[in-house]
Design a protein around this ligand. Structure first.
Ligand SMILES: Cc1ncc(COP(=O)(O)O)c(C=O)c1O
Length: 514
């Protein structure tokens, strides 16, 4: 082995990659990956010395850009020297405590409690588990309160002697029911069918929420789900907020009413008392930067309150500045009970994510023997925490939220020039988070067939944009879109450059179709 200071040739790296590296979401047969070797600001450089404007900020995630490695590296080094690792299982350490306090101070409302994980999927996974266990913990808390109430002594209230537990009752004390997890599976599933257990979740069509089995089950993208079925019971998907393909005469208020009606009907069809969580992004990425219509979030909150369901905002992309706020829940007044975040928390300089919960959600877990039965080794890792703290410090110092809010209109106006092209049907998004929807016919808004998407997006657009020095994503998880989400340090020169390249390449794409 050599250290990474020893430069290998591009050819050697390619050969080693071809033999050993298994890439994510990649058709590996014959694939020769671009090898990115360094970055600075909004730009990346590959092993052959070519430069690229990264209009995707890594994976919607390098919010401060690539230029702070030295400063963040010093923070990581100092932490490595002081304490390279310790755990959040029962123990705490200064960086996790400081980061939790910092995140709580930046989060809106009483989102005051922070549980650390290693990334976005784990955050979503943990949010669902938390929502499931919240109702059990709350029920135990209520039963304890009943038992503790004078005249409701435990034996009298729950029967003589130690009360016999029926299948759906929570464990009030002592160990969990006997048996190995595997052998208890059927019993758990049949218990889960009882209405007292809230275990189901609702998300939106075409929304991406990660790839671990629970998070994957929440995904609204059939092509990602299908290979791994049967998935975790039970998730249903409601309409997302894509307005582009709604009837043109529909007003915004009518659209909102349609969406909320769909959500309420779904809640009722699933049995409201079996649902623990509604999980949605403030602006949905997959499908192309769907912003919600006026009144939507107020209505979602009301429905969650009416049916006593926790509202979870997936801020894995939108958190930490993408929309000019620490949390987009603040921008849209979403008032979630739970927030999941990752990517921007460290600007992806570290593998760290978090679930942030309100005081209300935390409260039953502060009682007696109650415990959120979840943990992972790297949750709150001190070096990852130190990096996230430094990232937040840099974001504050560089005034990146203010920068996004000051430049979002100019960014949008620059991108809007692309609407003159016959292939660009829609531009949507907010902050530094946009999507262009590509259409075959602007009048009818007709979209491309699967085969056309394949030849247009995969075979032509993505490689051609890259060849021209622009990284952004041509995505067909819904209708075909180009997603644009640069580092938050981007400004007018980068907006112009990406719009120029996109304009040329999209015009070329149209000629090829025509
Ligand atoms: C909204 C959302 N949630 C969850 C995830 C999963 O995050 P990760 O890839 O860090 O597991 C992503 C990743 O893109 C995401 O966009």
């Amino acid at each position: 082995m050599t250290s990474f200071e020893t430069a290998r040739s591009a050819e050697e790296l390619q050969r080693l990659a071809a033999s050993h590296l298994w890439l994510h979401f990649t058709r590996m047969g014959g694939h020769e990956p671009p090898i990115i070797v360094r970055g600075d600001g909004c730009y990346l450089e590959d092993a052959d010395g070519n430069r690229y404007l990264d209009a995707l900020a890594g994976l919607f995630s390098v919010n401060i850009g690539y230029g702070f490695g030295e400063e963040i590296g010093q923070a990581a080094l100092a932490q490595m020297r002081e304490l390279p690792f310790y755990t959040n299982w029962t123990y705490a350490h200064p960086r996790a405590i400081e980061l939790a306090a910092e995140v709580a101070s930046l989060a809106p409302g009483d989102l005051n409690r922070v549980f650390f994980v290693s990334g976005g999927s784990e955050a979503v996974e943990a949010a669902w588990k938390l929502a499931r266990q919240y109702y059990l913990a709350r029920r135990e808390q209520r039963l304890r309160a009943i038992i503790a109430t004078p005249g409701n002594g435990a034996p009298d209230a729950l029967g003589p002697g130690r009360p016999a537990r029926s299948a759906g009752d929570p464990v009030l004390e002592g160990p969990a029911p006997v048996g190995e997890p595997e052998t208890r599976h059927d019993a758990i599933v049949s218990e889960a069918a009882r209405p007292q257990l809230r275990y189901k979740a609702i998300a939106r069509h075409i929304a991406y929420h990660g790839t671990t089995l629970g998070a994957l089950s929440i995904n609204g993208i059939p092509a990602l789900r299908t290979p791994f079925e049967p998935l975790v019971p039970e998730v249903r998907h409601v309409s997302n907020t894509n307005r582009y393909h709604r009837p043109p005469s529909e007003t915004e208020a009518e659209f909102t009413a349609f969406l909320l009606d769909d959500l309420e009907k779904t809640i009722l069809a699933m049995d409201p008392e079996s649902i623990c969580m509604v999980h949605m992004e403030p602006v949905q990425n997959a499908g192309g930067a769907f912003v919600a219509p006026e009144g939507y979030w107020r209505g979602v909150r009301q429905l969650c309150d009416r049916y006593d369901i926790l509202l979870s905002a997936d801020e894995v992309i939108t958190g930490f500045g993408r929309l000019g706020h620490w949390f987009a829940s603040e921008r849209y007044d979403i008032r979630p009970d739970i927030v999941t975040c990752a990517k921007g928390l460290s600007s992806s300089y570290a593998a760290i994510g978090a679930v942030v919960a309100t005081d209300r959600v935390m409260e039953p877990f502060l009682e007696s023997t109650s415990m959120y039965t979840h943990g992972i080794t790297f949750g709150g890792h001190p070096v990852m925490s130190a990096i996230a703290l430094k990232n937040i410090e840099i974001m504050k110092r560089e005034r990146l939220n203010e920068h996004v809010l000051a430049h979002e209109d100019a960014f949008r106006t620059t991108l809007a020039q692309l609407l003159d092209l016959p292939i660009v049907g829609d531009l949507r998004g907010a902050g530094f988070f946009y999507a262009l929807e590509l259409v075959k016919d602007k009048e009818t808004r007709e979209t491309f067939s699967d085969a056309e998407c394949e030849s247009l997006l995969r075979d032509f657009l993505s490689p051609r944009l890259f060849e021209r020095g622009l990284i952004c994503r041509a995505d067909d998880r819904g209708d075909p879109v180009v997603q644009i989400s640069p580092p938050l340090v981007a400004s007018q020169p980068e907006f112009d450059e990406m719009t120029g390249i996109l304009g040329d390449v999209l015009a070329e794409a149209w000629e090829r179709i025509g």
